[in-house]
Ligand binder design. Structure first.
Ligand code: BGC
Length: 449
């Protein structure tokens, strides 16, 4: 196997999330989520944009699946909108919601594309939020019931499941800084929400096993092992604290049954009962990693967890202002494997937003292409160092609703013209198809680029 070829059976695919692409927010009985409420609250999302229409994927899913097939991506990670299935989050089912995901899954399989399903990608039912959301003692059961309904309805055809997407973001950005839905600004709530998410994750894994589902299930986090800016003791200490907050908050409980000592010592963390600790440690089949931004970490007396990220002003950033540091992906993969020993790891998201230009029906997104090549190379190096990495999903299939940033940042490998909903694959899409066909970077050259 050459250094740019990946192990046999490696999964190549693209990822999306329900609220970011589906639209049809008020159609066919879908209930409101916290993101509907948040995006309709003035001042919360750039330019007052919402996911009401987004990429209209709810109506155009067949066209989108056909595009994936044309590009040549054999795996597709998408999330289910909880409130399409259960408008109130619990209780009455909405059959039209189940019908939509059945149509989507059947179409994927018809085109030879394997589904990978995320149960929760931040669009939490507003009706449950009104009851205290993830901090309610019943939250675990609500999520378990919803997960079980999904396993029963779709588990005959979907074999790869992700319980939660990036609980760190939902808990911290949604409840401490308030820049995401539901927009709370209270640290104590943030830790409680994190706790509720962890219990929900464990409950979903337990239900999956109890139903005797075939296939695999895991959690996706956006953790990162930062690199100390200097070798000084203080920067290394900042980095340790940063890592405990980034990786340890969710992964220590899932793999070791409790929060990191640093977090317990410093913050008012909820504690796990013995039963809860066993629940969150329900064995998962893979670790999902979403990776975007590499960081150099330095000590800061004022910053949260005493760590601030250093941005070298001479280095180019992406549209999000993020630094591209592929070596941090390699380091994060290597340390994730070493510290938590997951049976395997999937990169469930990686990608970049750039200012794309659509000209004569083409988008020559050279920067995205080189970003993706650099990260795929770093991922391959991690495999050489002993990491059992088994899949890579690019974020995102389509340009879409980028949460509080609205529609400006474009992460897609497919360009979307929101006025007409026309889709145009960018050069990076054809490149990803070649990567998938060659199972690595050893492709002869991009056919359509
Ligand atoms: C999320 C996506 C988001 C992407 C880019 C991840 O945090 O899972 O929903 O669009 O990063 O910011």
């Amino acid at each position: 196997m050459s250094l740019s070829t990946f192990p046999e059976g490696f999964l190549w695919g693209a990822a999306t999330a329900s609220y970011q692409i589906e639209g049809a927010a008020n159609e066919d009985g879908r209930g409101s989520s916290v993101w509907d409420t948040f995006s309709h609250t003035p001042g919360k999302v750039a330019h007052g944009e919402t996911g009401d229409v987004a990429c209209d994927h709810y109506h155009r899913y067949a066209e989108d699946v056909a595009l994936m097939s044309e590009i040549g991506l054999p795996n597709y990670r998408f999330s289910i909108s909880w409130t399409r299935l259960f408008p109130q989050g619990q209780g009455a089912r909405n059959q039209k919601g189940f019908d939509f995901y059945n149509r989507l899954i059947d179409e994927l399989l018809r085109q030879g594309i394997e589904p990978c399903v995320t149960l929760f990608h931040w669009d939490y039912p507003q009706a449950l939020e009104d009851l205290g959301g993830w901090t309610n003692p019943d939250a675990r059961k609500w999520f378990g019931d919803y997960a079980e309904a999904c396993f029963e309805a779709f588990g005959d055809r979907c074999k790869r499941w992700i319980t939660l997407n990036e609980p760190w973001c939902h808990a911290y950005l949604g409840n401490a800084t308030g820049v995401h839905a539901p927009g709370n600004k209270d640290l104590a709530t943030c830790w409680k929400v994190g706790h509720g998410l962890l219990l929900g994750h464990g409950e979903a894994v337990r239900r999956f096993r109890a139903l005797g589902q075939s296939g695999e299930i895991g959690l996706t986090t956006n953790h990162q092992w930062g690199i100390p800016l200097t070798d000084s003791e203080i920067d290394r200490k900042a980095t340790d604290q940063y890592n405990a907050f980034s990786a340890g908050w969710f992964l220590d409980p899932v793999y070791h049954g409790d929060y990191p000592e640093y977090l317990k010592r410093t913050f008012d963390m909820p504690s796990f009962t013995a039963e809860e600790s066993a629940l969150v440690q329900e064995k998962t089949d893979f670790m999902g990693l979403n990776f975007y931004e590499g960081s150099f970490i330095q000590w800061s007396d004022t910053a949260f967890v005493n760590a601030s990220t250093y941005k070298d002003p001479t280095m180019e950033t992406t549209q999000m202002g993020w630094l591209s540091l592929p070596e941090t992906l390699k380091q994060t993969l290597v340390l994730s494997q070493k510290v938590y020993t997951p049976p395997k790891i999937y990169i469930t998201e990686n990608g970049a937003a750039y200012d794309d230009v659509l000209e004569n029906g083409r988008v020559h997104d050279q920067k995205r292409m080189s970003f993706l090549r650099d990260y795929i190379r770093a991922a391959r190096e991690a495999i050489s160092l002993g990491v059992n990495l088994r899949g890579y999903f690019v974020w995102s299939l389509l340009d879409n609703f980028e949460w509080a940033e609205g529609y400006r940042p474009t992460f897609g490998i497919v360009h979307v013209d929101y006025a007409t909903q026309a889709r145009t694959p960018k050069d990076s899409a054809w490149m990803m198809g070649e990567v998938a066909r060659a199972n690595g970077l050893d492709y002869a050259g991009a056919t359509k680029v």
